[in-house]
Design a protein around this ligand. Structure first.
Ligand SMILES: Cc1ncc(COP(=O)(O)O)c(C=O)c1O
Ligand SMILES: N[C@@H](CCCC[NH3+])C(=O)O
Length: 440
């Protein structure tokens, strides 16, 4: 995200990432594994994700709520990182899933997450996707509009089922994050306007036999690093719950969404304890089952993207051209987001130079860092782009006919290739060229 935060020093970057350290000749090590060894074995670009970091963060999040005696169901936002290996790790930590498509729903089930621990969010759910969710009797479908409510009611009745649903509330609150990842303002496409909820709630609970309405859901945006919008959003939900109950309506579940941010740069990102405090203070006395849907906070710091310097080009600026591109990690091009970059060989930090780190894609926006002070890099050097475990692989594409990069999972002294590097042949084999095209 474009940010006014100054660049962290090399040491601050390392302090913010306790899973990374330089270990002599092994170079940069992530949770005990040399990243240089991985780059040598599997080539670059290459994603690495640490099961240990994922687990630690999953437990830290759960502990924050436990410490406040606040029972809560945690559903991992699969959109942040959808690899089956990561879903398996989180399922074994007791996480359910928050999904936004039929594909994510099937992934979550395939990873062994119980249907009742799955929440289905998503602004445009097709009939097929809704039928899949109803068929599996998932925990909750978060309804985005009155139109969708009618569709779910009709589909469930046809299937002689009752779908468990909650209304996603649009509270008209600015999450104070990047505009492209803000979801809770009135002009955003998500949710049902908060003032329309009471009448619709009564109708659904009294007149719609295809649905079992359990409560409300809210999600304000992503990469939120201040408490205030969370507090405002949850206060609005608490007020709605009181209104609904005064009206004799039944509310048993509140889904607080995701959004907790991390320190990519020098942001003062609050720990999960902040979120737990705000939820406890605003919703804690409502006697409801609480849910959260974190994605980025769990997965981003668990992953890096490894790349090799192709060339250093001296022009109006010094361009360090690496072999990862915006087709791999699109966040900097899409949101001007800032990712830390560390050389895999421990550098001498007394000399730094100001460079642009760019990818090989034919787009001027294919830039990972603008005018960044980095230790001198030369052709062949290896680097790690940090905090790439969320919204990294899931957003990659094959733009410029670049096959998808490999992905390696590490844990203790074990490492496993969890996604082979795609080959060009695999891309081509999916394409059909009708015979009748081959003519002058
Ligand atoms: C409905 C919903 N839940 C959860 C999330 C996960 O958000 P984050 O990765 O910021 O925790 C998102 C993404 O913004 C979302 O749209
Ligand atoms: N893709 C975004 C997050 C989107 C969250 C989904 N609502 C990012 O990389 O920051």
């Amino acid at each position: 995200m474009t940010s006014t935060h100054p660049d962290p020093t090399f040491q601050t970057l390392l302090n913010n990432h306790p899973n990374l350290s330089y270990e002599g000749r092994q170079g940069l090590v992530m949770d005990g594994t040399s990243l240089t060894d991985i780059a040598r074995e599997h080539g670059t670009p290459c994603w690495v994700i640490s099961a240990d970091t994922l687990r630690q963060r999953a437990h830290a999040l759960q502990d924050a709520f436990r410490a406040r005696n606040l029972p809560i169901h945690c559903h991992f936002a699969v959109k942040a990182q959808d690899h089956q290996a990561c879903l398996t790790v989180l399922a074994h930590c007791g996480f359910g899933a928050d999904v936004v498509s039929g594909g994510e729903l099937r992934r979550a089930l395939a990873a062994g997450i119980r249907a009742r621990d799955i929440v289905f969010s998503g602004i445009g759910k097709t009939d097929d996707e809704l039928e899949l969710a109803i068929h599996h009797q998932i925990g909750q479908i978060n309804v985005e509009s009155v139109e969708e409510l009618h569709r779910i009611n009709a589909l469930a009745q046809n299937m002689q089922q009752r779908a468990r649903i909650a209304f996603r509330v649009n509270p008209d609150i600015d999450a104070q994050t990047h505009s492209k990842i803000t979801t809770g303002r009135a002009e955003d496409k998500f949710g049902i306007a908060h003032d329309a909820i009471p009448a619709l709630y009564r109708k659904a609970q009294t007149d719609m036999p295809g649905v079992e309405l359990v409560g409300l859901a809210v999600h304000l945006g992503s990469q939120m690093v201040t408490a205030a919008p969370f507090r405002k959003g949850y206060e609005r939900i608490a007020a709605l719950v009181r209104t609904l109950r005064e009206d004799g309506l039944h509310v048993s579940d509140i889904d607080c969404g995701g959004g907790l941010g991390i320190a990519y740069r020098n942001e003062q990102a609050p720990p999960p304890a902040m979120l737990a405090d705000v939820i406890a203070e605003t919703l804690g006395d409502l006697d409801v089952q609480l849910h959260v849907e974190p994605g980025r906070w769990l997965a981003a710091p668990a992953g890096v993207l490894l790349a090799r310097v192709i060339d250093v080009k001296d022009a109006a600026r010094r361009f360090v051209i690496i072999d990862a591109g915006m087709n791999d990690l699109v966040r900097p091009a899409m949101y001007d987001s800032w990712h830390g970059i560390l050389p895999l060989n421990e550098p001498d930090t007394t000399t730094e130079e100001c460079v642009d780190v760019v990818g090989p894609i034919c787009e001027s926006s294919d830039i990972f860092a603008r005018q960044r002070s980095l230790p001198p890099l030369k052709k062949g050097d290896l680097v790690a782009l940090l905090d790439a475990g969320a919204y990294g692989t899931v957003m990659s594409s094959t733009y410029n006919s670049r096959p998808l990069a490999a992905q390696v999972m590490i844990e203790g002294d074990r490492k496993a290739i969890i996604r082979r590097r795609q080959t060009l042949e695999e891309l081509l084999v999916q394409e059909a060229v009708p015979d009748w095209l081959a003519r002058p």
